[in-house]
Design a protein around this ligand. Structure first.
Ligand code: MRU
Length: 367
């Protein structure tokens, strides 16, 4: 299989350690464009878009060309680099332009706190460098966005190593949605744990929930793992209970969009059901996420905003109508798993165990 990779003026941070190199999002300094893998067409088509305006990046985040909590934060950071490149006015007009673009980007998807986190970090850098000349402040903003990207890849590797220690040799691992290289700067969070266990020589295999309605598991997770040569089978979401009951699942690992101070975890809709099943069957339910996913301003998960997505993402699949027009559909895109069901959360700062009453705050000073 030969996959076209767009020419970039510098070496892309690749997301795969396998034979192919892909990346979900990159900034192209030579042209000032954001280059983005079109995830809605995967796996049948591998195409990249080039965007030259921050609003196009905002649309791409909302429409899920790029998706996954860390990846949308990185995309937003690069959109703010575009603003710095074109805004040649004084410090005040630069900060106004940065703030306005940040608000548009922030409004695209509400649940993943990594988006707001990346925009806030770019905002702090903008304030710091606003008085520099336009070229220097652009370079500083670009360096900050690239640091956000690079640090996310390193975080994925660190949490992957930590989580892989808990994966039994010979395990069948269930995962939900796509918390892989496609959803991050590269390597993946939940799939980082899986990649690290595989790299350590553990004989693992993966069951990927298809993840209705957007099918991130069927389309993206299975493809990523297959490309890397990690054994994977796709199951429809309603099969998980059957495989738990038969003792065929040994370990669960998922990603997260926001983790509250008490260890409650927001993630893709359907994650909570998986956690309940894991508890019933005595299987460890674990989460891998970078520190940028932790939101200590939320005391528990009840305050986490849950994104509602369009009706047609449930009512139609691949152009086929499943639910007749005029019939109501509900589409919350995320749910919240109570910390008491979460055996472990792996981060680049260390691990904590919400089911034992541990929250993330003990790791706060390790940054
Ligand atoms: O709606 P999506 O595809 O952006 O949802 C993605 C997830 O729920 C992921 O599990 C989460 O963002 C973690 S990605 C490392």
């Amino acid at each position: 299989m030969s996959i076209p990779i767009p020419e970039l003026s510098r070496t892309p941070i690749t997301f795969s350690e396998g034979p192919q190199a892909f990346f979900p999002v990159e900034y192209e300094p030579a042209t000032g464009e954001v280059v983005m893998l079109e995830q809605r067409k995967l796996p049948s088509e591998v195409t990249y878009h080039r965007y030259d305006k921050p609003d196009q990046v905002a649309d791409a985040i909302r429409d899920m060309v790029v998706r996954g909590a860390p990846a949308i934060g990185i995309a937003a950071a690069y959109a703010l680099v575009m603003v710095a490149r074109t805004e040649e006015g004084d410090a005040a007009s630069f900060l106004v332009a940065n703030g306005a673009a940040g608000r548009v980007l922030n409004a695209t998807r509400p649940t993943a706190v990594n988006l707001a986190w990346a925009i806030a970090r770019m905002g702090r850098k903008a304030a710091e460098v606003a008085k520099l000349d336009p070229r220097e402040r652009y370079e500083a903003m670009r360096a900050e966005a690239e640091a956000i990207h690079r640090e996310d890849v390193l975080a994925c590797h660190a949490m992957g190593e930590l989580g892989a220690r808990d994966v039994p040799d010979g395990a069948t691992i269930l995962t939900h949605c796509n918390a892989g290289a496609l959803a991050t700067g590269g390597y993946g969070t939940a799939l980082g744990v899986i990649r690290a266990a595989h790299a350590a020589g553990k004989k693992i295999r993966v069951l990927a929930d298809e993840t209705r309605p957007y099918l991130q598991g069927a389309r993206l997770t299975s493809w990523e793992l297959h490309v890397d040569g990690i054994p994977v089978e796709v199951i429809s979401d309603n099969m998980a209970g059957h495989f738990f009951q038969r003792g065929e699942i040994d370990f669960v690992v998922v990603g997260s969009d926001r983790i509250a101070a008490n260890g409650d975890v927001a993630n893709k809709i359907g994650t909570y059901s998986v956690a309940v099943l894991a508890k019933e069957h005595g299987v460890p339910f674990t989460v891998a996420a970078p520190w940028s996913t932790v939101d200590l301003t939320m005391s528990d998960g009840s305050g986490i905003p849950i994104e509602e997505r369009p009706r047609d993402e449930v009512a139609r699949v691949g152009g086929t109508t499943l639910v007749a027009d005029g019939i109501g559909v509900r589409h919350p895109a995320f749910d919240v798993t109570p910390g008491r069901l979460v055996h472990a959360v792996y981060t680049e700062r260390g691990v904590f165990h919400p089911a034992k009453g541990e929250g993330p705050s003990a790791l706060q000073s390790k940054g």
